[in-house]
Design a protein around this ligand. Sequence first.
Ligand code: TYD
Ligand code: MG
Length: 455
Amino acid sequence: MAKSKTQFTCTACGNVTTKWAGRCEACGEWNSITEEAPLSAGPANASLGSAKGRRVALTDLTTEETPPPRTVCGVAELDRVLGGGLVPASATLVGGDPGIGKSTLLLQAAARFARMGLKTLYVSGEEASAQVRMRAQRLGLTKSPVMLAAETNLRDILTTLEAERPQLAIIDSIQTMWSDTVGSAPGSVSQVRAAAHELTAFAKRKGIAVILVGHVTKTGEIAGPRVVEHMVDTVLYFEGERGHQFRILRAVKNRFGPADEIGVFEMTGKGLAEVSNPSALFLSDRGQPTPGSVVFAGIEGTRPVLIELQALVAPSPHSQPRRTVVGWDGGRLAMILAVLEARCGIPFAGLDVYLNVAGGMKISEPAADLAVAAALVSAREDAALPADTVVFGEISLSGALRAVGQTENRLKEAQKLGFSSAIAPKGGKPLAVEGITLNRMSDLASFVGETFGAG
Ligand code: TYD
Ligand code: MG
């Protein structure tokens, strides 16, 4: 009997196995493994056979290259995340949860780019053209010369691109695209991979900039954007909490600019509005100083941003106290709690701990350690930090505070937003920013002792 050729693929990371499992070995995602036809069904993976290849011309590194000409769309928050505008013949992936606003963002961007003179085509595989037009009407974009298509057949889309030769093509979304050369269903790993490969290769060949929209999926029924991340030049994630109006566009990979850059938007009744001063927005709901609330002076990409951290510490009714984190890393929280207990004598055993980054923001900087510790101790001791103070610094396992980069930018941002004092680690170069009293500490224990009289 012929051996079965079935293989199993993780819809989150694309890892291939021969056996089904409840959890992907490679990325740890649950329920993401599905059965698929083997990859060799696709033309891109056809066996090399015995045919001889062509010899490739070789070049060197000395030839001078001029940086790519970029087109800015005029939405500064988007242009900056792209690395200073859109690069021709580039492939960009915009990933995000369903309903977060990807289609809205890209329709607005399409309209802007079209008005800047780029021939722009928006292909919707999810909505009919009438629906897209209705959305455009609501967003006040009907005057922009964007060409629309509602199509999911990849072959037809490529033929159309060939004939129309737009400078920018937006594909919303890659999971709805369907190639007849691949046997599996739309949204499966092989379909998404094949569609992304065909589109990006075609775009590079013809000098078209493509933007692919990719849904992030928790349930694993369709392949997530991670499957195509390596194929594209730029990967942007559009994040935000459903209940919040803030949306953050984050560059996680960019071959043409800095990664980690963020753009901040606000979802309004008339689409996404750019937020050029995010600190003011993130701090706008702050009232009186409250125990557990601390303002962290962070850096997102190239820009300083002030963000409020909130902690709540309460006696736990459970034998296993809760540790709940929103917007920060759970493992890092456990570490800070352990350092507070071991180095400062502040135990959290028997206490539930909740930590929240206000405004739906996600922080990954280690510089937030000290602000988190401050929020935790402030909540536990029921003592508020002065309202005019910002905090930043990394904590090491020994309890020492480590200096972090861009101290001056952080302090200047704090000063600009009306703060007058800052707590930061010792070390780094001496520095003064007018209007800010800088309190530099060498270790966590002395910070906790001086600020809260605890430990
Ligand atoms: P959408 O762009 O369709 O999300 P995605 O493409 O990521 O799935 O956005 C859907 C949400 O955005 C929807 O819940 C309504 C909201 N929205 C507004 O609040 N204002 C608007 O002007 C628009 C167009 C959408
Ligand atoms: Mg959409």
